[in-house]
Each structure stands twice: as C-alpha cells, then as structure tokens.
Design a protein around this ligand. Structure first.
Ligand code: DGL
Length: 257
C-alpha cells in the first residue's frame, strides 16, 4: 500500500482529460497535476527545449513525493520518455495514440489521426504507423491551433468550429470511420468535432482510458495502490502564474467524463 500521490504532467490544461479519467477510475488515489502553461504549446518546439521544461516539472513533482508519473502529453512523451525512464527510478507511463484499436476496429480500413507536429514526427508514431499501415490507410493531420483553443477557453466558439472543420473535414471526405485524438488537449474539443462529424458513422478514439488501465496495472504489479479508505487529495502545480493555477483548478473541477 502506498498513499503517496500519482504525478500527472502536461504542457498545460490538456492532461486534465487523462487526470479526470484517473480521478474517476481510481477514486482513492491522490493526484498531483503539473500543467506547465508557461511554455505551452510544445508541439512546434525543439526536442531540447521540451526536455528542459519536462525535467524541471518532473523534478518538482518528485519533490512532492510522487510514487509514479504519468506523462499525460503525447508531444512530451514522444520527445522525452526514454530520457525520463533513464533518469528517474519511479514507474513512468506515457501517452501513445490509439492507432492499434482504431485500425483493428475500422470497417472502412481508413483511419485518421490528429495530433501535434511533435507527436507525428516522433519515433513512437513512426513505429506504430509502420506496424499498422499494412492493415489500413492511416491519414495523419496536425490539429493546427487546437491546443491554443483549449488553453484559451475557446472550445465552443465559431473560431473553434472553423479550425476543427479545416482539419476534420478532409479526413471525413477521405472516408475515415475512426478519428484518433493523439493529443490530450483534443478531447476537450469533442463537442465541436462531433458537430463537424454530424450524423456520419465515425468514432472518435482517445487514449485516456488505456492510460488508466496501464496505471492500474502498474499499481497492482508494484503493490502500491492507496488504501481503500484513503481520501484522495488533488494538488495542482504550474510553471506559469497564479492566474493559470486558478484556471487549471477550474478546468479540473468542470472536467467531467
Ligand atoms: N497535450 C499535449 C499533447 O498531448 C499538447 C502538446 C502541446 O503543448 O503542443 O501532445
């Protein structure tokens, strides 16, 4: 048994889509969420820059005595997971776009993935693409400006609608029946994406639930679940300012599954 918190990291607010899944699925686990905010978005920055931000954040999470770490950011996972696993001895779970279930369950055998440039250019995605591209056509698109919509609280606005249309409509027109969200910010745009999909038979898939299962597996394997009567504590940290910290807390309290 281990009542110490699980650390959850993202470049900003997006990782709260994973945080809410953990909160919901592991109600006794305390969570310590670090949303960078100051250096967000990461998607178009260099590997070296992102690595510096992530190490600073993880050092702070380690100071908060976390028992394991979830990198709830696809871009940070793509750029830093190997270095982090080498540097820190606690268990670390990263994000991986849900290409596998999308390809296996697709009927049209055309699937779309929307992510940041960092994720789509990363080795992890290339390996997954290589593995599954003989079973389905995998179309990838950068969600241009999507992270900014979520960070700016503009998910349900006309500008969100037009940005989402610009990315999602070409995928729809190409015949996809699954759209994989390869960035943890994007689930917050699901209402707008669904509006664009309208009544077409297209499923949106993200990785939050798979990450929760992986976290459960690691807690079980290491015998580090919190006590059944542990009252979970939710703490929030940022590299940005107090205003952003408040924004994180507000988003977390309104982030329902
Ligand atoms: N939530 C991050 C991800 O999953 C966004 C990356 C960014 O800051 O551009 O990739």
């Amino acid at each position: 048994m281990d009542n110490r918190p699980i650390g959850v990291f993202d470049s900003g607010l997006g990782g709260l889509s994973v945080w809410r899944e953990l909160q919901h699925g592991l109600p006794n686990e305390s969570l310590c969420y670090f949303g960078d905010g100051k250096n967000c978005p990461y998607g178009d920055q260099s590997k070296e820059e992102v690595l510096t931000y992530v190490i600073n954040a993880v050092d702070e999470l380690i100071n908060h005595d976390i028992k394991m770490l979830v990198i709830a950011c696809n871009a940070a996972t793509a750029y830093t997971i190997d270095v982090l696993r080498e540097k820190y001895s606690i268990p670390i779970v990263g994000m991986e776009p849900a290409i596998k279930p999308a390809v296996l369950e697709s009927k049209s055998k055309i699937v779309g993935i929307v992510a940041t440039a960092a994720t789509l250019n990363g080795q992890l995605f290339h390996n997954t693409y290589k593995k599954y591209s003989n079973q389905a056509t995998i179309l990838s698109s950068v969600g241009r400006g999507f992270v900014e919509l979520v960070e700016g609280d503009m998910e349900d606005t006309p500008i969100a609608q037009s940005r989402v249309e610009a990315v999602i409509l070409p995928l729809i027109n190409a015949g996809v029946d699954k759209i994989v969200l390869g960035c943890t910010h994007y689930p917050f745009l699901v209402n707008t994406i669904n509006k664009v999909i309208a009544n077409r038979d297209i499923q949106i898939i993200d990785s939050a639930s798979a990450v929760k299962s992986r976290v459960k597996f690691i807690l079980k394997q290491g015998d580090i679940f919190a006590d059944k009567d542990n009252v979970a504590n939710y703490e929030f940290l940022t590299a940005h300012n107090n205003e952003y910290l408040l924004k994180l807390k507000n988003k977390a309290s309104s982030a329902k599954i």
